[in-house]
Design a protein around this ligand. Structure first.
Ligand code: FES
Length: 67
């Protein structure tokens, strides 16, 4: 993660349903999570009312950007 990404990612929502910030998703991917399922296992996202529709899209975008 670039140092200038951290402050905004700490404020932005990653999974609205579960109240997980974007920075946790980025950290999970930077630490080796390579799929939505792996990010979900590490961060606890995906089990909310939308069943991962919103955060799943975000994770797929992050995975494409960071690989
Ligand atoms: S935004 Fe993550 S489960 Fe709904």
């Amino acid at each position: 993660m670039q140092p200038d990404e951290r402050p905004m990612a700490a404020l932005k929502a990653g999974c609205i349903c579960k109240g997980v910030k974007l920075i946790r998703l980025i950290e999970a991917i930077d630490n080796g999570a390579a799929s939505f399922a792996e990010v979900a296992t590490v961060t606890g996202i995906g089990g909310g009312p939308c069943k991962g529709k919103r955060c799943g899209k975000k994770v797929r975008e992050l995975l494409a950007q960071r690989r």
